[in-house]
Write a protein that binds this ligand. Structure first.
Ligand code: H2B
Length: 96
C-alpha cells in the first residue's frame, strides 16, 4: 500500500501542481477546475475517469455545469500519498 507523504514531501508536491491546496481539517488535497461549458467539464471527467480507473485510484468529485471540484486522498492510507499526486498531475494535464 502507498504510504502517506510527509508534510515536507506533500508541500513540495503541491508546489509542482496547478491550483491544488490542502483541505482544512482533513488529510486530502483539492482543486476546482473551471471550463467554458458543461460539455468541456464532462469531457474532462470522462478522460480523468479512465485514468483513475486504470490506476484503481478514484477521485471524490462534484460537477455543476462548467465547474468540477475534485478532492483526492488515499482512503486505505488515511491521507495523501504518491497516488494522489500522480492522479492530480494527470488531471492537470488533461485540463491544460
Ligand atoms: C479495492 C480497491 O483497490 C480500493 O478500494 C481502492 C479503490 N480506489 C481508491 N481510491 C482512492 N482515492 N483511495 C483508495 O484508498 C482507493 N482504494
Amino acid at each position: 500500500m502507498a504510504a502517506k507523504l510527509t508534510p515536507d514531501k506533500r508541500s513540495a508536491a503541491l508546489a509542482s501542481l496547478h491550483g491544488w491546496v490542502e483541505v482544512d481539517g482533513r488529510d486530502a488535497i483539492t482543486r476546482v477546475f473551471k471550463f467554458r461549458n458543461f460539455s468541456e467539464a464532462w469531457g474532462f471527467m470522462s478522460r480523468a475517469a479512465l485514468v483513475a480507473e486504470g490506476m484503481d485510484h478514484h477521485p471524490e468529485w462534484t460537477n455543476v455545469y462548467s465547474k468540477v471540484e475534485v478532492t483526492l486522498s488515499t482512503h486505505d492510507a488515511g491521507g495523501v500519498t504518491e497516488l494522489d499526486i500522480k492522479l492530480a498531475r494527470a488531471m492537470d494535464e488533461i485540463a491544460a
